[in-house]
Ligand binder design. Structure first.
Ligand code: T1G
Length: 699
């Protein structure tokens, strides 16, 4: 059994307890321990029934994801589940926390399931590019029918115990952990006392009661997934359909074959990478032992698009916010923007009026900075102008407590310079939210030269509280995300000059998995934003570096994108769908002629390869400069802030999958036209020479 599984008898019930922190992941040792304990329990003459329960924060939250991609070790999880199901004594699963994936499959193999009211169950394997491979696709629909089973497996989100009970997946609900153990023992004893043979889930057919509804659910999900580029969701539908059509054992084999096809797929490898990269990014080096400061009151300076979004994030997390603006009109506009967002949420049934009222009650507006006197954290979200930000910081510092944290939401500006001008530089940090700030998950935490470790720790704790995905970034122009974005756009612009069209480049990146291409995003965000930055940096630009003027030429004509009705695309009144702007093609043609460039055609594959190489190279430079702590952090930023398809794993993971030598060759070819931008980062040679990948630097 080892020391992570224990067995004891309470009355006439054998109790198997799992204790493998942090989440009782079903690694080899835990699986072997369960099998051994089951044998002991079934051999124990005094035990008439069995309870499987867990210590720690949760019932098993799945198979051990770290084992995937490696040769599987016995006992295999499907076998463990079959052993539980075949137990001659009734087995009850006592669930608390989050019973997910293989953890819930263990419970499904038991003869009855009881869960605490606040427990959640789920089969989120699709979020890892795989499927429930230990009988979940065969046992779940037998209990709940196809609709509930498919929703659980294809949406991939855990559901509350009550909902699982309503779907036939949980038999009893316990008020809390204490009640859980007692009720599980009682249920086990009751099943034993019935004298009936344990009811195997494989023999259950409640979910097959309405085959028409079953087939309809299968058909509807299959239609919904028709255009999905991902293999796992479609295989899940096939498996659930097989559950109805095939005998159980054949269904299990069908599931196993599908699982093995998927577990070694590039999508599954990329999604696993993303899973662990997010968790590593949330634990930055340099704050070990630094206790976060308390944050119970927040001040927000600037109620524009970003400021109001950040305020909503704080209000949503239960934090009171005082919003500061320069005049009454702007303050009113900021407050109305926040109120309108909540009104929309209520109108869409996503929030009750009462809840919206509670959140808005935590919002106060003020014109006087003195209102920041008791704030624990103050964030400025004013216009991207260094002088204005410095002035705002100085006025905030004068009003704030010396131990309160002062943060800037700048997207590009030099946080070191802002910090250096402060009376208490150690309390200054960058908190770079992404628009809309109450929706976008990413939070770039920009650590400046003098930022104190406990201030960094506070920022990461705050991110967790806001439900954000935090990534530590050093100070440079654009931090991690906007630096990589700039390289992305430069690579795209160069292909525009060489013969591609905005539509072709956007189509290629959509085909790669982005929801929108770079020119659609530019039109949405407004071309004037990046124009302002190019103008700000014009004086420092290296004349030797290749510069594509198309964006500037369009801005000079006022073609700022959606807000101007035209940009790379033309937008009919009020529409966000655009048709390619033929006048842009004329401008590009003129630019080519002025530079003597003979246009050529580009395949989608070449467009994707060049852009991905550009992003990976910039990511590599960010790691070399220690702006990014590891390549995985670059991937997390691009996935959560810039729409990089998660199932591709991010630009660094994509470069690893393509092969660093290939990517380097791509860059060298691009560097012929622009050596400054595309000369491969030195790290490429280092890794290639040692047969390593970016992933090997993720620690
Ligand atoms: N395997 C290995 N490690 C895991 C793990 C898992 N399944 N789940 C969590 N961890 C680690 C995680 O890396 C972190 O480690 C620590 O636990 C705390 O996690 C056959 C094939 C359970 C909701 O997809 O969704 O079963 O960083 O920071 O925010 O059909 O973790 O501390 O070193 O995320 O409170 C299916 C994945 C697997 C669930 C807790 N299961 N986990 O969230 O903590 S596939 C999942 C989660 C499967 C079978 C198939 C969350 C959580 P470290 P955390 P949290």
């Amino acid at each position: 059994m080892g020391d992570i599984v224990s067995y004891e008898r309470i009355g006439d019930v054998g109790v198997i307890t799992l204790d493998n922190p942090p989440v009782n992941a079903l690694g080899r040792d835990l699986r072997a321990g369960i099998v051994a304990a089951l044998e002991v329990a079934n051999a124990d003459p005094e035990a008439r029934a069995i309870v499987i329960r867990a210590e720690g924060r949760t019932f098993p939250a799945g198979a051990d994801i770290r084992e995937f991609g490696k040769p599987p070790e016995e006992p295999w999880l499907p076998e463990v589940c079959n052993r539980i199901e075949e137990s001659p004594k009734p087995v009850v699963a006592a669930i608390h926390g989050t019973a997910l994936g293989g953890g819930f499959e263990i419970a499904l193999a038991a003869h009855a399931r009881i869960a605490t009211r606040d427990a959640r169950i789920g089969l989120p394997e699709v979020t890892l590019g795989i499927l429930p491979g230990a009988g979940g696709t065969q046992r779940t629909p037998r209990l709940s029918g196809a609709q509930a089973a498919l929703d659980l497996m294809l949406i991939g989100k855990p559901v509350p115990a009550e909902r699982a009970k309503a779907a036939g997946l949980i038999d009893e609900i316990a008020r809390d952990r204490e009640d859980l153990d007692a009720q599980a023992l009682a249920l086990a004893a009751k099943l034993a006392a019935s004298g009936d043979a344990p009811r195997r889930t494989r023999d259950r057919r409640e979910g097959f009661a309405d085959p028409v509804a079953y087939e309809r659910a299968v058909r509807e999900w299959r239609e919904k997934l028709a255009s999905s580029p991902l293999p796992a969701p479609k295989k899940i539908v096939d498996c659930v359909e097989a559950a109805l059509l095939l005998p159980f054992e054949a269904g299990l084999e069908f599931e196993r074959a599908a699982f093995e096809d998927l577990v070694n797929s590039p999508e599954a490898a990329a999604l696993r990478h993303a899973f662990f990269a997010e968790r590593r990014a949330a634990k930055p080096a340099g704050i070990e032992g630094a206790a976060p400061r308390k944050v119970e009151r927040v001040g927000l300076i600037g109620g524009g698009l970003m400021g109001s979004g950040i305020a909503i994030s704080m209000l949503d997390a239960g934090l009171p916010v005082v919003l500061i603006e320069r005049d009454q009109e702007s303050l009113q506009a900021g407050i109305e923007r926040i109120e309108a967002t909540y009104a929309r949420a209520c109108a869409r049934g996503r929030m009750s009026e009462e809840e919206a009222g509670l959140r808005l009650a935590r919002l106060n507006g003020a014109l006087d900075y003195a209102a920041l006197g008791d704030a624990d954290l103050v964030i400025e979200a004013v216009v991207e102008d260094m002088d204005i930000k410095r002035d705002v910081f100085a006025r905030a510092e004068a009003a704030m407590r010396p131990d309160a944290i002062l943060a800037t939401n700048t997207s590009y500006l030099d946080v070191n310079a802002l910090q250096a001008a402060c009376a208490h530089p150690e309390r200054v940090i960058g908190l770079h939210f992404f628009s809309p700030a109450h929706v976008m998950k990413l939070l770039e935490i920009v650590v400046a030269e003098q930022t104190a470790p406990d201030v960094v720790a506070t920022a990461f704790a705050l991110a967790r509280r806001l439900g954000k995905v935090p990534v530590r970034a050093g100070v440079c122009d654009g931090f991690i995300g906007n630096r990589v974005l700039t390289a992305y756009r430069q690579a795209a612009d160069e292909m525009l000059e060489e013969g591609a069209t905005p539509g072709e480049i956007d189509a290629a990146m959509r085909a790669y998995g982005f929801r929108l291409g770079p020119y659609q995003v530019l039109d949405m965000a407004g071309l004037d934003i990046s124009w302002a930055r190019r103008k700000r940096l014009a004086a420092q630009r290296d004349p030797g570096e290749r510069y594509v003027e198309i964006g500037d030429m369009m801005c000079e004509l006022g073609w700022f994108g959606q807000k101007a009705g035209r940009g790379y695309y033309i937008y009919e009144e009020g529409s966000r769908e655009g048709r390619e702007n033929p006048d842009v093609l004329v401008l590009i043609e003129e630019l080519r002629r002025s530079k003597g460039i003979e246009p050529r055609s580009f395949t989608q594959d070449e467009i994707q390869r060049r852009i991905l190489a550009a992003m990976a190279n910039e990511g590599a430079r960010l790691v070399e400069e220690e702006i990014a702590a590891r390549p995985g952090d670059v991937d997390v930023v691009m996935i959560h802030g810039y729409g990089f398809p998660r199932w591709r794993g991010g630009p660094m993971q994509a470069a690893d999958q393509r092969g660093l030598l290939q990517v380097k060759k791509e860059l060298l070819a691009m560097a012929e036209g622009n050596p400054k931008a595309w000369t491969p980062a030195l790290i490429f040679d280092e890794l290639i020479k040692n047969g390593m990948k970016f992933a090997d630097l993720n620690g």
